[in-house]
Design a protein around this ligand. Structure first.
Ligand SMILES: NC(=O)c1ccc[n+]([C@@H]2O[C@H](COP(=O)([O-])OP(=O)(O)OC[C@H]3O[C@@H](n4cnc5c(N)ncnc54)[C@H](OP(=O)(O)O)[C@@H]3O)[C@@H](O)[C@H]2O)c1
Length: 265
């Protein structure tokens, strides 16, 4: 915690303790960023931060549940203390799917609120604290990780889809507000990504159906209607984030990049 950012560009990242977020943290550190990593799982965050520091990147662990506004605001204050008020990049990657299959009427408002709080309200809280800092500095890049269910509806995923659609509106509105101050705000929309959580689900499908994992994955891909015939790898998503925060993203704002093998075509 006492480590400083040592003059490095500084990134704030939620959802760093697992999946795509972990890979984004690694990519940011490899690009020379000091990285603040936020999540609930302290052990995973500590291990990641140790790895980043081992590679020479300053790292700060922020343990918080993003549904808890006060905890998130305290984490944001701690982040700004650590960074000396500097923030170059923000990536909102924390996300939850919520109820996986019940139709509307089959789950309650508490479950709905939970998804909205994680996927939409938390990025709003993060932007509320950090966007004014970036605007005052007249520099910064923000990437919100949405999902391709923010580009279409899906039966049985109403809360998730609504949250990711909402995040697009937040992204575009923030882009309009912050553009004059040279801050970009964009949205990366993955389809299925082969993170450990998804791989476990595909393995469970294979066990349930008494088939091999390859066959289970093939059925999943067919069911999802993915023209390229494969899920994304975390690196496919990371590449878009790094593009948007790099030189190529200088004049891109308020946009959505869909990384789903063509599933939403
Ligand atoms: N994987 C996919 O197929 C897929 C598809 C479309 C969109 N996405 C989106 O991509 C992003 C990353 O997903 P992923 O599948 O790579 O990650 P994941 O393996 O599902 O991990 C989710 C991450 O979000 C964090 N998180 C969730 N709820 C949180 C909470 N209440 N407070 C703090 N942190 C919380 C988790 O940290 P803790 O558990 O430590 O709190 C973890 O770091 C998400 O926004 C997701 O919606 C993923």
């Amino acid at each position: 915690m006492s480590e400083t950012t040592a003059g490095c560009p500084v990134a704030f990242l939620t959802g760093a303790s697992a999946g795509t977020g972990t890979e984004i943290a690694r990519a940011l550190a490899a690009e020379g960023y000091a990285v603040a990593v936020l999540g609930r799982r302290r052990d995973a965050l500590d291990a990641l931060a140790a790895e980043l520091r081992e590679g020479g990147a300053p790292a700060l662990v922020l343990e918080a549940d993003v549904r808890d506004a006060v905890a998130l605001e305290n984490a944001l204050d701690a982040f700004l203390g650590w960074s000396g008020g500097r923030v170059d990049v923000v990536v909102n990657a924390a996300g939850t799917t919520g109820p996986l299959s019940p139709p509307i009427g089959g789950f309650d408002v508490v479950a709905f609120d939970d998804v909205i709080a994680t996927n939409l309200r938390a990025p709003f809280i993060v932007l509320s604290r950090l966007l004014p800092v970036m605007r005052a500095a007249r520099s910064g890049r923000i990437v919100n990780i949405g999902g391709n269910h923010g580009m279409r509806g899906r039966a049985g995923r109403s809360s998730y889809s609504a949250s990711k659609w909402g995040l697009r509106g937040l992204t575009r509105s923030a882009a309009l507000e912050a553009g004059p101050d040279n801050v970009t705000v964009n949205y990366v929309a993955p389809g299925p990504v082969a993170v450990p959580r998804m791989k476990a689900a595909w393995r469970a499908n294979a066990d349930r159906d008494g088939i091999g994992e390859e066959e289970a994955l093939a059925r999943y891909v067919a069911n999802m209607g993915i023209p390229l015939g494969r899920p994304s790898e975390p690196a496919d998503v990371v590449a878009q984030v790094m593009f948007l925060i790099g030189p190529g993203g200088r004049n891109i704002t308020g946009q959505e990049i869909v990384v789903d093998g063509g599933a939403t075509l």
